[in-house]
Design a protein around this ligand. Sequence first.
Ligand code: NDP
Ligand code: 8X3
Length: 259
Amino acid sequence: MTSLKDTVAFVTGASSGIGAACAEAFARAGSHLILAARRRERLADLAERLAAEHGVRCHTLGLDVRDRDAVNAAVAALPPAWQAIDVLVNNAGLSRGLDKVQTGDDADWNEMIDTNIKGLLWMSRAVLPGMIARDRGHVINIGSIAGRQVYPGGNVYCATKYAVRALSQGLRLDLLGTRVRCSTVDPGMVETEFSEVRFHGDNERAAQVYRQFPPLSAADVADAVLYCATRPPHVAIAELVIMPQDQAAAYASFPRGVD
Ligand code: NDP
Ligand code: 8X3
């Protein structure tokens, strides 16, 4: 197992859900954290708590990963102590709606494509040159089972997660000959703010999603991400799929209910 103590981990989408749980897991393992998202206050609260509870340093970045110039500027302007990024967790992402293509919404499509695909690309391109120069580093992309199976209404969101999987495969080819690794972690259903965002703030509809069967927690996924990050240097976890016990596919689950 590779120790993460005193490494630098950069987590996008750290203000909620899986990203916040990854930040917590990496802090517990001794990583110093660059926490990025648009909601700065949440990042500030998380940074204060992680520093107090785990004795790590945190640097927060109010950042919209869709903004290529802002991503480039934020990475270029990192203070010296934060420049040598060991792990990049490309987690920022979202789904919007479950509309059929024939009635799809332009804004929803743009937001998903710009965040899940292009945001991941801007972040990766900004951080990778430093990793390659140091011949050390790890990019961990949060994909989804939606990148392996298409479900009704999933069309564009699924396409973005298929793209994450393809880009991860492509990056592993691009990185051959370096000691920089790339992993994809593909979760099934995880209880986060994901469904609230998908349903544009319809909290009751979102809550119903997580009443069907016990979902994964964000901490379960963070544990899988940490597993990838702590393998010995010669071991690369290429793809890791993690599912709730009661879910066999995006569209196939056992309706056990939740107490
Ligand atoms: P949450 O909605 O809880 O968290 C999403 C995070 O992404 C937030 O921190 C949000 O921060 C950030 N984010 C969204 N858009 C942007 C942006 N333009 N720039 C920067 N940050 C952004 O959902 P999850 O934790 O569930 O989602 C995290 C990842 O996990 C996503 O990529 C999602 O597709 C994936 N996933 C989720 C599953 C689930 O069932 N929940 C299953 C499989 C994969 P802010 O709004 O503050 O910017
Ligand atoms: C999130 C899981 O099945 O809602 O990626 O697409 S799913």
